[in-house]
Design a protein around this ligand. Structure first.
Ligand code: DLL
Length: 430
């Protein structure tokens, strides 16, 4: 089902022509109204009228999250203050937050994109969406909320955490879809199991939208299996409205990125050079329709690749692969590089492994991986746990080439955060 079939299935040539017009307009607005971009473009030796083809995007300067912090609070705003309609912020791990402004039109367009995403997964009027993301400065809940209302769903603004209340709402109002981080979805599945609730029998749940943090295909499978639902991957970032940038359709093979609103490139994260289509690298996005705070060539730091083949659903907007990590998340332990996602990938495949884990780095280069085991998989025999522990250690060593200390802990004993999961704690004294 389509929200806007004409746009979603637009011929590639028409889409490219639209993108070029919008790119030219965005560059012009940035140069006219944002001193930061005027200076950056001058330094790069490029003027708006020199953007004649989509390839010319490569001549434009990059924007980084450091630039956003340096321009905090409003150095990147491109419209008069009276046209600002909403503020969101994104905190990240260090220092000042990033402030993201929306005009009235930006708020509407963000909701429109969510509406496309939701219909793409087969929901319709009459569905009940329980929004378990954090309401507030984070984009995750509000942007989804507005889009879901636009589609005509009944939206329950539950917010995160408090699993007892989530369950109560789910039961009393027959929730059919929920929106949550994958880590909370797993935690909630565990909670239901502990309560003796069988979601297939006792609840009306059919689908979930999971996003805002990296997760593997194995984690998706675990969520789907534990809750008896279809889970769709949802990608976005505050700098580009929040959720609704790229989303899976019913095929669940990569996420359609809305190319009439965002121009995507994949670059080599080290050299900054564009990668050929299909190659893995860092996703760089230029907003094509944002009014309040347009961004040119924003370095997302997210690692993915473009899927060039057309999708069976008929949409022509290209898909990106599941995000495998962030270029700044890479860990170096005892001289070996790897991504935290590789650990998750291994863990979620081992029978007997539960739904939460935590990697801690201490001292000079000691690495401990705490892993919850499942209630069902543990029969009280300690030697079974020891065997599981050895098995996990071996599998991790084979994948990341570093031998960690593995500690098995009971289900529900590792911390669960209300927002994004923190999977790695680095306390090294290097
Ligand atoms: O997390 C927006 C969002 C909310 C997306 C709800 C989906 C659902 P930020 O807080 O600015 O915005 O964080 C953006 O989160 O650059 C990625 O590193 C990561 N991220 C978001 N979605 C995914 C995903 C929101 N599906 C940053 N897979 C991004 C992997 C994701 N990483």
């Amino acid at each position: 089902m389509f929200w806007d079939q004409r746009v979603e299935t637009m011929e590639r040539a028409a889409l490219a022509a639209l993108q070029l017009r919008q790119l030219q307009d965005t560059v012009r607005r940035c140069s006219e109204h944002v001193a930061f971009y005027r200076q950056k473009c001058a330094e790069a030796g490029v003027r708006p009228e020199q953007i004649r083809t989509l390839e010319d995007v490569h001549r434009l300067p990059f924007t980084t999250s450091a630039d956003l912090r340096a321009q905090y609070p409003d150095g990147l705003v491109a419209v008069d203050r009276q046209y600002l309609a909403r503020l969101h912020t994104s905190s990240g791990t260090t220092g000042k937050p990033k402030a993201i402004f929306f005009s009235r039109g930006d708020v509407d367009r963000a909701a429109e994109l969510i509406a496309r995403c939701l219909l793409m997964t087969g929901v319709r009027r009459g569905d009940v969406l329980q929004n378990m993301m954090t309401y507030g400065l984070f984009t995750g809940a509000l942007v989804m909320h507005y889009g879901a209302e636009k589609v005509g769903l009944l939206v329950i603004p539950a917010g995160p955490g408090n699993s007892e209340r989530q369950l109560l709402l789910m039961r009393d109002f027959s929730t059919t879809v929920f929106h949550a981080t994958p880590s909370y979805a797993l935690y909630f599945a565990d909670f239901l199991e502990r309560k003796g609730v069988d979601p297939r029998r006792d609840l009306a749940l059919r689908k979930a939208y999971v996003g805002a943090e990296p997760h593997t295909e194995e984690t998706r499978a675990k969520i789907e299996q534990a809750l008896g639902i279809d889970a769709y991957n949802s990608y976005g970032l505050s700098e580009m409205n929040g959720p609704g940038v790229a989303f899976e359709c019913e095929q669940k093979r990569g996420m359609h990125l809305w190319e009439d609103h965002f121009l995507m490139e994949i670059i080599d994260p080290v050299s900054g050079t564009p990668q050929p289509e299909g190659e893995r690298g860092e996703l760089v996005l230029t907003s094509l329709t944002r009014e309040a705070m347009p961004l040119l060539r924003y370095r997302t730091r997210d690692i993915t690749s473009i899927i060039p083949e057309p999708c069976a659903c008929g949409r022509t907007h290209r898909r990106i692969e599941r995000i495998t990590g962030r270029s700044d998340d890479m860990l170096i332990v005892r001289g070996v590089n790897f991504y935290p996602q590789q650990i998750e990938q291994v863990l979620m495949k081992v029978p007997g492994v539960g739904r939460n884990y935590l990697v801690t780095l201490r001292g000079l280069d000691e690495m401990t991986v705490q892993v919850e085991f499942t209630e069902a998989g543990f029969d009280g025999q300690v030697d079974h746990l020891v065997r599981l522990q050895n098995q996990i250690t071996e599998k991790l060593r084979a994948e990341i080439l570093v031998k960690p200390k593995v500690e098995l802990v009971p289900p529900g004993s590792l911390p669960v955060s209300e927002g994004k999961a923190r999977r790695v704690i680095d306390q090294r004294v290097l």
